[in-house]
Design a protein around this ligand. Structure first.
Ligand code: ZN
Ligand code: ZN
Length: 256
């Protein structure tokens, strides 16, 4: 399984893109930097998209790839909790902001919405997908994605502290976890349901305690304004826990 980081940040600029992962060229997780990172032929290969929650920075390229898919005469299946899909239908693909691409083009709509439920393993294009609720403002799930060869990773989506209830359900070979802000902004991080390096350390220590191991960790959804500070603080957490922690960046490729 090859994972390509298309976007690793919570802020878009000339040098940072919104959070999005591409797995084996076909499966996308969160659509923050999907169309801006992929050529048209790469976009045409995408078969399914998993969404963690309805916030703009995670769903916005659903509209863009839906339009492009009309030219490919293709169909992409979008998996998310029912409330996330309803928010997209009501506020984005609502025939005002953009067409309802679950009905357009009439002969072969670009998108098919597939609601999924937490804690139920779903088969998506041969991958086993397990959605696990995390703590965030909008209803949010993280995803454990397992390949046909049995390799798996967990991507938390946006989350605040309190992942211990997730850990018992998971056994990933790699962890992508939200680390949005530096330690000195912990109050802001907690009130907006995100993590800092210190809070990440607490979650990882619990993971190690519950699971008896700690896989490599990739912090993602960084605020680029504080990236140097976050990296330095994450480095300290890695030393303290004896963990392998490498901050995500656009273009990063990981093989499992
Ligand atoms: Zn969010
Ligand atoms: Zn976000």
């Amino acid at each position: 399984m090859e994972i390509r980081v298309l976007g690793a940040h919570n802020v878009e600029s000339a040098t940072s893109k919104l959070t999005s992962l591409l797995i084996d060229g076909v499966l996308v997780v969160d659509a923050g930097a999907l169309t801006s990172s992929l050529s048209l032929s790469e976009q045409e290969r995408v078969t399914s998209i998993l969404l963690t929650h309805c916030h703009y920075d995670h769903v916005r390229d659903i509209a863009a790839i839906a339009l492009n898919t009309t030219y490919f005469e293709g169909n992409i299946r979008v998996y998310a909790q029912a409330s996330t899909l309803a928010a997209i239908s009501d506020h984005l693909l609502n025939d005002v902001i953009y067409p309802d691409f679950t009905k357009v083009p009439a002969a072969n709509p670009s998108l098919t919405f597939s609601p999924l439920e937490p804690h139920k393993v779903e088969d998506v294009d041969g991958y086993k997908v397990l959605a696990v609720p995390v703590k965030h403002g909008a209803a949010t799930v993280g995803y454990q994605i397992t390949s046909g060869e049995g390799k798996s990773f967990f991507y938390s989506g946006d989350t605040g502290p309190g992942l211990s209830s997730c850990w018992e359900h998971l056994s990933p070979h790699l962890l992508f976890i939200d680390v949005t802000l530096p330690n000195r902004l912990e109050e802001h991080a907690v009130s907006s349901n995100h993590l800092t390096p210190y809070l990440l350390g607490e979650e990882l220590a619990l993971f190690k305690k519950v699971k008896g191991y700690l896989p490599p960790v990739v912090p993602i959804h960084l605020s680029p304004q504080f990236e140097d500070e976050i990296k330095e603080e994450v480095g300290r957490v890695a030393l303290e826990l004896g963990a392998s922690i490498t901050v995500a960046h656009e273009g990063m490729r990981l093989s499992l």
